[in-house]
Write a protein of this length. Structure first.
Length: 272
């Protein structure tokens, strides 16, 4: 096993990714790295070696580890993911943490997750705030199927709706609306490295702001007095998104930094 891991690293795989793929090839949970270290002198069966080699080859071609293993850890939850949904990023936990600061833990609140994908944000909020009434929307029926399956497996109640942004929640108001919409410009060269993920969950017009504009324009009408709108965005879009929030009439507009020190999320509050 140690030799197989070393060979994968020589090909260019980070050690952690190689360990996760080897564990998956062995039929073990991808967090069992301590077991792998304790057994690194064990012989690797031929069939497991073949599975591991195939997984490594796919990863080296750019396929996300989460798609290869079928699971992704997010905010304390284990989600099932595949190519129908975006691979949830650790940076998005910044948005969840901010939302949890705003959501009371001792009384009900209504929350809406826009562009839910795998259900990561909605389910993390539902798990941490059991009294909250959580809704989630996605324009992709395939993505909603993944999210609903995650909700059922985790035993978390979310109201799922199919449609484009705020359209499926006409007449509804929420105390908090959150979203991680597409925000990469159509011509951005980084899209090539993300070819395995659904493009409609990544790209958003010539400047990457098409969907953020639409949400900022429509969301305030669905906010209860004092309600907040929080949005994830690109590394260089905080100023533009703050301007969109202000233009929409939201109040103390601000941004939050991710663990890399990048302004990753911006939000604003409707007047009480």
């Amino acid at each position: 096993m140690a030799q197989a891991l070393a060979a994968a690293q020589r090909q260019g795989l980070p050690r952690l990714e190689a360990q996760m793929l080897l564990l998956h090839a062995l039929g073990r949970a991808t967090h069992e790295r301590a077991w792998l270290i304790a057994h690194d002198g064990d012989a690797l069966a031929t069939d497991a070696a073949a599975r591991f080699d195939a997984l490594c080859a796919r990863r080296l071609r750019g396929e996300p580890v989460a798609y290869l293993t079928g699971t992704k850890a997010f905010h304390g939850l284990t989600l099932q993911v595949d190519a129908r949904v975006l691979d949830p990023r650790d940076d998005t936990e910044t948005l969840v943490d901010w939302a949890l600061e705003l959501l009371p833990d001792d009384r009900p609140a209504r929350v809406l997750d826009l562009g839910t994908g795998s259900g990561a944000i909605a389910l993390a909020l539902a798990a941490a705030r059991p009294q909250a009434e959580v809704w989630a929307v996605d324009a992709s029926a395939d993505a909603l199927a993944v999210a609903q399956a995650n909700g059922q497996r985790l035993g978390l109640a979310v109201t799922w709706r199919h449609g484009d942004w705020l359209a499926p929640v006409a007449g509804q108001c929420f105390d908090l609306i959150v979203g991680n919409p597409p925000y990469i410009a159509d011509g951005d060269p980084h899209l090539a490295a993300l070819a395995h993920e659904p493009r409609q969950a990544l790209a958003s017009g010539p400047d990457g702001l098409r969907d953020l504009r639409a949400i900022c324009a429509a969301a305030p009408a669905h906010l209860a007095p004092g309600g907040w709108l929080l949005l994830e965005h690109g590394h260089d879009q905080a100023g533009a998104v703050r301007a969109l929030l202000q233009r929409a009439g939201l109040g103390p507009v601000q941004s939050r930094f991710d663990l890399a020190g990048i302004e990753r999320c911006s939000g604003g509050q409707r007047a009480a």
